[in-house]
Design a protein around this ligand. Structure first.
Ligand code: HEC
Length: 203
C-alpha cells in the first residue's frame, strides 16, 4: 500500500468515527450539561392550567408509577426508546406521531423537563420498535394497548414484538385473556406517556 493511500484510509476512518461522535455524543453532552432552568412566562399556562414547576402534570401517580417499574422489569427499554432526538441528530420529528400532537402544533423534540421526577429516565439505547415518548397519544384505549401487549401479531402480522402473555391469565369464562394487575399498571403507564407539554418560554 502506498503511503498516501494509507494516510487517506486512516483519515477516512478517523472522520467516519469523529463525525458521529461529535454530533451524537459531544454536542448533546455539552448542551445538556449547560442546560439552565427555564421559568414559565407570566400568565403562561401548561396543560391543566398549572404554572408552578414541577407541577402535577409531571407526577406519575399510583398504578402508572407501578407500571413504570413493570416497564423496567420487563426490559421494554431493550427495544423502545423514550427520546425524540434533536433534528441534527436524526429524523425523529418527521416520523408521524413520534413528537406528539402534530395537528395541534404541539409536536416537539424531547426536553430535559420531560424527565422531571423520573427516578430513572427510560431513554433506552436501541430501537427495534418505535420510540414511545408519545405513545399515549397514538394508542388511546386500554383495549388496544392490552391487545398490543398480549398479541402484537394480531395488529401487525410481521410484528417483531414478543407477546407478554405472562402478564395475562386465561379467562375462567372460556375464550379470552384477563389482564393481571401488572398488565393493568403497565397500560396505565403507557397511556400516560405524553412528552409534548408546551415548553416554558422563559419570558
Ligand atoms: C424484542 C423487541 C421488543 C421488546 C422487548 C418490546 N417491544 Fe414493543 N414493539 C417492538 C416492535 C418491533 C414494535 C413494532 C411492531 C408492532 O407494532 O408490533 C413494537 C411496538 C410496540 C408498541 C406500539 C407502538 C406504536 O407506536 O404503535 C407498544 C405500545 C409497545 N411496543 C410496547 C412495549 C412494551 C410495554 C414492552 C415491554 C413490556 C415492549 N413493547 C417490549 C419490539 C419490542
Amino acid at each position: 500500500m502506498k503511503s498516501d493511500t494509507f494516510l487517506k484510509l486512516i483519515g477516512g476512518l478517523a472522520l467516519a468515527f469523529l463525525l458521529p461522535w461529535v454530533f451524537l455524543i459531544l454536542i448533546p453532552f455539552v448542551s445538556a450539561s449547560n442546560a439552565e432552568p427555564i421559568p414559565y412566562g407570566e400568565g403562561e399556562e401548561v396543560e391543566g392550567g398549572v404554572t408552578a414547576y414541577p407541577d402535577s402534570v409531571f407526577y406519575r401517580h399510583g398504578s402508572s408509577d407501578y407500571g413504570r417499574q413493570i416497564y423496567a422489569a420487563e426490559g421494554c427499554v431493550y427495544c423502545h426508546t423514550q427520546v425524540i432526538r434533536p433534528t441534527y441528530a436524526g429524523p425523529d420529528m418527521w416520523r408521524p406521531g413520534w413528537g406528539g400532537r402534530e395537528a395541534d402544533g404541539l409536536a416537539r423534540e424531547t426536553q430535559p423537563m420531560d424527565y422531571t421526577l423520573e427516578e430513572v429516565a427510560p431513554l433506552g439505547y436501541q430501537r427495534i420498535g418505535q420510540d414511545l415518548s408519545n405513545v399515549g397519544h397514538r394508542i388511546t384505549t386500554r383495549e388496544l394497548m392490552h391487545q398490543h401487549l398480549s398479541d402484537p401479531k394480531s395488529l401487525d402480522p410481521d410484528s417483531g414484538m414478543p407477546a407478554y402473555l405472562h402478564l395475562y391469565k386465561k379467562s375462567p369464562y372460556g375464550e379470552g385473556l384477563v389482564p393481571t394487575p401488572k398488565a393493568e399498571a403497565l397500560v396505565d403507564y403507557l397511556l400516560s406517556l405524553k412528552k409534548d407539554q408546551p415548553v416554558p418560554s422563559g419570558k
